[in-house]
Design a protein. Structure first.
Ligand code: PLP
Length: 395
């Protein structure tokens, strides 16, 4: 059996998304900035896609700017808010310790040019507290950036409460919603969100395309210089095929959110219950306030990388959710942020399922992970030390 359980990394494109792209890879190839008929056909398609995406988010079409993915949307959101803040000498930003690197690395850059960033602690349940956001506010705070749902441990943040606090205090609020869009019902107006990033390949659309929602009146700074596309906010000829694929994928995902999320959450809970029978392991993040498809565990006495390799041999395609994949041996900043000690954070496993996951695949994952963990522990000197009391169990 082969089970793809890495949907937080990327998803398979939906049929609807592929079919929506095909005409624009073929016959309808005009440049939307051209005034002739083929150009205007492309332009009409582009604006129609913008309307469809806006209606999925509960915003106006002109509040949507297309980007080349979630990372770019996050970069542009933070840089724009920082520029706006600097105009009023507000150079303090509040974020969290477990954001995606698209946010964290942009914040590091802003720190180098004079911004000060408060990184809020994440509690052991993987959730930031809205009251702590409020307590961190200062007169010079220009922006709060808190992700909608975490990509490693799947925990969903109190976005509405944070949005309310930001509105009361007149501070901009950005949310990286790359893991949430198409999986949770989003309403940028109800949640008082000013800036929101999404990425098509996380909801069964194509890679390399995303969108940035920016509330009307909020002046985005362009981070790519060139032509006047996207009302001067993002230069470069629009990737029409990808944008059409994204619109189709998001519409389909949003239309099916209720049915997909209840089915997937039931499978998630079965997977969690099955894996919890393994001794000395722990679920990462709150068991309920998490994405319907996210299962994240730490296992004592094993290395996440070895676990992934053996699972791959058995046809289970998962992730450790750790930075090891980027060639670094540092454990995941997310697991450290929720208080997992280094040695335990190394033994992590993330299984992210979706609507295509079958019950038989869930059973196969439980059986395979249980066997592989047992096998690795039987060869692990650390596990031997734990068993004969030379080392203390953490989990
Ligand atoms: C995948 C991801 C991103 C980056 O999106 P890309 O389209 O791959 O650039 C940003 N934030 C989160 C939470 C993600 O999961």
């Amino acid at each position: 059996m082969q089970v793809y359980a890495d949907n937080a990394a990327t998803t398979k494109m939906s049929r609807a998304a592929i079919e929506a792209m095909l005409p624009y890879l073929d016959e309808i190839y005009g440049n939307p900035s051209s005034l002739h008929t083929p150009g205007q056909r492309a332009k009409n398609a582009l604006e129609e896609a913008r309307e469809r995406i806006a209606s999925c988010l509960g915003c106006e079409p002109r509040e949507i700017t297309f980007t080349a993915g979630g990372s770019e949307a996050d970069n542009q959101a933070l840089i724009s808010a920082a520029h706006l803040g600097a105009r009023h000498s507000k150079k303090h930003i509040i974020s969290t310790a477990f954001e995606h690197h698209a946010v964290l690395h942009t914040l590091k850059k802003l720190e180098k040019v004079g911004f000060e960033v408060t990184y809020l602690d994440v509690h052991s349940d993987g959730i930031v507290r809205a009251a702590e956001v409020e307590a961190a506010l200062r007169p010079d705070t220009c922006l709060v950036s808190v992700m909608y749902a975490n990509n490693e441990i799947g925990t969903i943040q109190p976005i509405e409460a944070i949005g309310q606090i930001c509105r009361q205090h007149g501070v901009l609020f950005h949310s990286d919603a790359v893991q949430a869009a198409g999986h949770l019902v989003l309403d940028v107006k109800a949640d008082n969100i000013d800036l929101l990033a999404l990425s098509a390949h996380k909801f069964h659309g194509p890679k390399g395309v995303g969108a940035l929602y920016a509330k009307r009146g909020l002046a985005l700074s362009s981070i790519i210089e060139g032509g006047a596309q996207e009302r001067g906010k993002r230069a470069g000829t629009e990737n029409i095929p990808a944008i059409m694929g994204m619109a189709a994928a998001l519409e389909e995902a949003c239309a099916n959110i209720q049915t997909h999320s209840s089915q997937t959450a039931a499978q998630r809970d079965k997977l969690i219950a099955g894996l919890q029978k393994i001794p000395h392991c722990a679920l990462n993040g709150d068991p309920h306030k998490r994405l319907p498809g996210n299962v994240s565990f730490c296992f004592e006495g094993i290395e996440g990388e070895s676990l992934l390799l053996l699972l791959d041999d058995q046809g289970v395609y998962a992730s450790s959710g750790s930075a090891c994949t980027s060639g670094s041996l540092d454990p995941s900043h997310v697991l450290l942020a929720i208080g997992r000690p280094h040695e335990v954070a190394h033994g992590s496993l993330r299984l992210t399922i979706d609507a295509a996951t079958t019950d038989a695949e869930v059973d196969y994952m439980i059986k395979t992970v249980t066997e592989v963990v047992e096998r690795l522990r039987s060869m692990s000197p650390v596990w031997r030390d734990l068993q004969n009391g030379k080392r203390q169990y953490v989990l």
